[in-house]
Design a protein around this ligand. Structure first.
Ligand code: SF4
Ligand code: F3S
Ligand code: FES
Length: 232
């Protein structure tokens, strides 16, 4: 099949603002959009800039705006994207070049919720055990690959870039509800701040954008409920 890929390009050294460029690509219907971007970079214009690594939906590095919806370029098949495909950088994060955005602010929020197991109680002889039922409570939020598709589709984040955002809440949820963790008060305190979890207005864009099908809004609701009951 022949597809037209329209990419919003931006070179900070030459351009005052982003502009569209079109590329014609011969491809198999079962090729992924990432294959087409690689073809363009390797055969037509080597200056095209974007992140990618695993090419299998695991590393989270190639989230972008595809046909005006956030998605991973390595997971979307060309046959499902139409004969003309538009590709832009994620919205709401500083644009560095072409499809590349600055993720530092995103990862600063991730670090703020202390995304690691904290346990100060004396170590057991072997390991900190957990039942399958206890593991199930946070199973969904372990699937996050930190792609930022959720944050950058969230109107609350667009209107307030200090909002901690759904990705960090998902990461906090993974540890707050882990039966082995003893640091949830610290995480909940961060999420209870002015720009924490209460900035979420339950708009659901994040759920639609998540390539891992995480029920983000449910996770956010569980964190809100936990905070609300603590205050009683
Ligand atoms: Fe990406 Fe989903 Fe994690 Fe958000 S919750 S960063 S959309 S994987
Ligand atoms: Fe934003 Fe998702 Fe809440 S889109 S407002 S984080 S439900
Ligand atoms: Fe790793 Fe797409 S390249 S998720």
């Amino acid at each position: 099949m022949r597809v037209t890929i329209k990419i919003k390009r931006f070179n900070p050294e030459k351009d005052s603002e982003p502009h569209w460029r079109e590329y014609q690509v011969e491809a198999e219907p079962t090729d992924r959009l990432l294959d087409a971007l690689n073809y363009i970079k390797w055969n037509i214009d080597g200056t095209l800039t974007y992140r990618r690594s695993c090419a299998h939906g695991v590393c989270g590095s190639d989230a972008m705006l595809i046909n005006r919806r956030n998605g991973l370029a390595c997971k979307l098949l060309l046959k499902n994207l139409g004969s003309t495909i538009t590709v832009e950088a994620l919205r709401g994060l500083p644009l560095l070049k072409d499809l590349l955005v600055d993720m530092e602010g995103f990862f600063a929020k991730y670090r703020a919720v202390k995304p690691f197991l904290m346990a100060d109680s004396p170590e057991p002889e072997k390991e900190r055990l957990q039942s399958p039922e206890e593991r199930e409570v946070f199973d969904d939020t372990t699937k996050c690959i930190l792609c930022a598709a959720c944050n950058t589709s969230c109107p609350s984040f667009w209107s307030n870039e200090d909002y901690v955002g759904p990705a960090a809440i998902v990461q906090a949820h993974r540890f707050i509800f882990d039966s082995r963790d003893e640091g949830h008060e610290e995480r909940l305190a961060v999420l209870n701040e002015r720009d924490g979890v209460w900035r979420c207005r339950t708009i659901f864009n994040c759920v639609e954008a998540c390539p891992r099908d995480i029920n983000i809004t449910r996770a956010i609701g569980e964190v809100k409920r936990t905070l609300a009951f603590r205050r009683l």
